[in-house]
Design a protein around this ligand. Structure first.
Ligand code: SF4
Length: 75
């Protein structure tokens, strides 16, 4: 079974959370706030992706792109 149909880029995913002033670029880094992935404090770029992708616009919160991210999930 393939998950290819649900795979997508973080830059187009509603679970991607970036800093309030961050631009939408593949090189921008942010926090993945997918409910099942939150525990990993996963910092991903706009050009990253996975098969938990859900189409949408990114959430925004200060510290989302820090190393490590310090923002709380906004969704
Ligand atoms: S890692 Fe997956 S679920 Fe998280 S923001 Fe990127 S595409 Fe979305």
């Amino acid at each position: 079974m393939s998950n290819a149909t649900s795979w997508g880029l973080c830059i187009q995913c509603k679970w991607w959370q970036i800093d309030p002033d961050a631009s939408l670029e593949k090189s921008t880094h942010g926090l993945c706030i997918d409910e099942d992935l939150q525990k990993y404090v996963l910092r991903v770029s706009g050009g990253s992706g996975c098969n938990r992708f859900v189409n949408g616009v990114p959430a925004r919160a200060e510290g989302s792109g820090s190393t490590p991210p310090v923002a709380k999930p906004a969704r």
